[in-house]
Design a binder for this molecule. Structure first.
Ligand SMILES: *Cc1c(COP(=O)(O)O)cnc(C)c1O
Length: 368
């Protein structure tokens, strides 16, 4: 049986009749940049995330960058974040000229370890950026308390976690601001690049709106040196349609994750715990095995495609060599990077495909 790692074509086939007329509407109105579809999406996504403001942007990386600026992070300041993430989390810090201060994960969850944050904070720390990695919320109570006690803003990297909940409330409104990505492969994916900043803070929202559009609120009058971080009209139209389906897709992702957990239980495959305080939305289903590369090859031979998120932790990337971290600096993150396998996970997978992939993994990884 073939189990592809990921496939967006089936989803388009199901949505085609909604999407095509919406894209035509954008063409007919010639509202290619921002415009009514984007404004409507901002309202709908803010409501979905249970926050006051959503500012639509061109990418999730831009959202994190603007959040960093709104937090007042400056050159040579420090920002504490996880070494186990996609590089964009760190890049947004670097765009300011600030220093990413990486910390290790809690191996039980693969998410940033609040005790490590506490140790890494100094009087130059200007923000803390936890990542809800793979769609699984971080320990927000502990992290928000560290921030509140020291007056350091918390910025959620929510790029993989659209709709996830922590103690019953959607993530995206817990810190000063949050960054979301609508890269096509994300749970809520655009048909091109896309991102958003969410916040309950009027000042942060207004600053992000001004900075995304060349520092202007009135055309050709520029109060600040800004960026061109605007969302396209097409993306607003697509995202509005897809947002209406998101909870159904998420329910299917959760059901698939549950099947994986059931079949992998008692095997040698390590599956990270789900926090009892949180509802994960499973952007990815990542497990840990010994001899990872051989296991992936054997799965491939059985028709099961997999991926690795991420093969090289951020502190060991060449781009961050100047920070001087050596292998061994963050043992849990490095343990994970050597063993992680992302299993196929998208709503259109059938139960048969999920069962086949999970059973194949148990077999090739050394059984129960
Ligand atoms: C995708 C992603 C980003 C960046 O989003 P883009 O829209 O690709 O710029 C940032 N952080 C994490 C954790 C991501 O997965």
């Amino acid at each position: 049986m073939d189990v592809p790692y990921f496939d967006l074509k089936a989803q388009y086939a199901a949505l085609r009749e909604e999407i095509v007329p919406a894209l035509e509407r954008v063409c007919e109105n010639a509202s290619f940049i921002l415009g009514p579809e984007v404004t409507a999406f901002e309202k709908e996504f803010a409501a979905y995330c249970e926050v006051k403001h959503c500012v639509a942007l061109n990418t999730g990386t831009s959202a994190l960058h603007l959040a960093m600026l709104a937090a007042g992070v400056g050159r040579d300041d420090e920002v504490v974040t996880t070494a186990n993430t996609f590089i964009a989390t760190a890049e947004a810090i670097s765009y300011i000229g600030a220093k990413p201060v990486f910390v290790d994960i809690d191996r039980a969850t693969a998410n940033i370890d609040p005790r490590q944050i506490e140790r890494a904070v100094t009087n130059r720390t200007k923000a803390i950026v936890p990542v809800h990695l793979y769609g699984r919320p971080v320990d927000l109570d502990a992290i928000l308390k560290i921030g509140a006690d020291r007056n350091i803003p918390v910025i959620e990297d929510a790029c993989q976690a659209h709709g996830a909940r922590y103690r019953g409330k959607r993530i995206g409104g817990f810190g000063m601001a949050a960054g979301f990505s609508f890269y096509p492969g994300k749970n809520l994916g655009a048909y091109g690049e896309g991102g958003a900043l969410t916040t309950d803070d009027d000042r942060v929202a207004e600053l992000a709106r001004t900075l995304r559009d060349h520092g202007s609120t009135r055309r050709y009058y520029h109060d600040l040196v800004g960026w061109n971080y605007r969302m396209d009209g097409f993306q607003g139209a697509v995202l509005r349609i897809k947002l209406r389906h998101l909870d159904d897709w998420t329910a299917r992702r959760i059901a698939i994750a549950k099947m994986y957990r059931q079949i992998l239980k008692g095997s040698t495959v390590v599956v990270p715990d789900d926090s009892p305080d949180a509802e994960a939305i499973y952007h990815l289903f990542v497990v840990y095995v010994e001899n990872r590369d051989a296991v992936r090859t054997a799965l491939e031979a059985k028709g099961v495609q997999t991926a690795i998120h991420y093969p090289v932790p951020v502190h060991l990337q060449k781009a961050y060599a100047y920070l001087g971290h050596q292998a061994g600096a963050f043992p849990h993150t490095e343990w994970a990077a050597e063993r992680a396998i992302s299993l196929p996970l998208f709503p259109e997978l059938t139960d048969e495909q999920v069962r086949y992939a999970a059973e194949a993994l148990v077999e090739v990884a050394g059984g129960k």
